[in-house]
Write a protein that binds this ligand. Structure first.
Ligand SMILES: [Zn+2]
Length: 213
């Protein structure tokens, strides 16, 4: 497993991709680009970037407890416990046939977690990049003030420059933001409608126990 570590000041941030199955094939190129950008500029602070936790491992969904007993799952929780990041970005890749399930308004009833929000709106092309909270069982490892986000990129579009660039734009906000408020403000500016929906879904799920995300 490749891990980039940049020791600057400020909040510690962990970026992880390729958590299961073959997703690393799609997440690694994007996170490698992010790492090279971070390497070229030492203003970005305290970073850990893992382009792919696993390459071609078994596919176990991150919502299941079983995942956190798998090799990849244990590496992931080990990283979080060791580095205690206050910003956490999880990058996944999904197949076209999963789009409906992931964004289904009934997802909470069916899978116990809120649906992902499609970031497409009038100002953006239809890239089908999805955004949402992280698995509740993993969120427990973080404290209330931490910022934790999942991004799902479409496998069938991952070669497109526009798709990669849009994911990178979101991750760059992660690199640049000093506080969770700043992070949220920037995301709301980029995706006003999608963020409104994602925040409402988060609040509905966690009630007042946690603030998005
Ligand atoms: Zn995944």
């Amino acid at each position: 497993m490749k891990l980039y570590r940049f020791c600057g000041g400020g909040a510690r941030k962990l970026f992880v991709g390729g958590l299961h199955g073959d997703e690393g094939l799609y997440t690694a190129p994007i996170l490698e680009t992010l790492a090279s950008e971070a390497e070229a500029d030492d203003n970005y602070g305290d970073l850990i970037i893992v382009p792919s936790l696993t390459m071609g491992g078994r596919y176990i969904g991150v919502l299941s407890e079983e995942y956190y007993r798998s090799r990849e799952g244990m590496i992931l929780t080990g990283l979080i416990k060791r580095y205690k990041p206050s910003f956490y970005f999880e990058l996944h890749a999904y197949g076209e046939s999963s789009y409906h399930r992931l964004t289904n308004p009934e997802r909470e009833k069916r899978e116990g977690v809120p649906p992902f929000v499609d970031l497409d709106d009038h100002e953006h092309t239809h890239n089908h990049i999805l955004l949402g909270s992280i698995a509740p069982v993993l969120r427990e490892l973080f404290s209330a003030g931490d910022f934790c986000l999942t991004i799902e990129l479409p496998k069938w579009r991952s070669d497109e420059e526009g798709v990669r660039e849009e994911v990178l734009q979101i991750l760059r906000i992660g690199l640049l933001s000093l506080t969770r408020t700043e992070m949220l403000t920037q995301l709301r500016k980029m995706y006003p409608d999608a963020l409104k929906r994602a925040e409402a879904l988060f609040i509905q799920y966690y009630h007042s126990r946690l603030e998005p995300f």
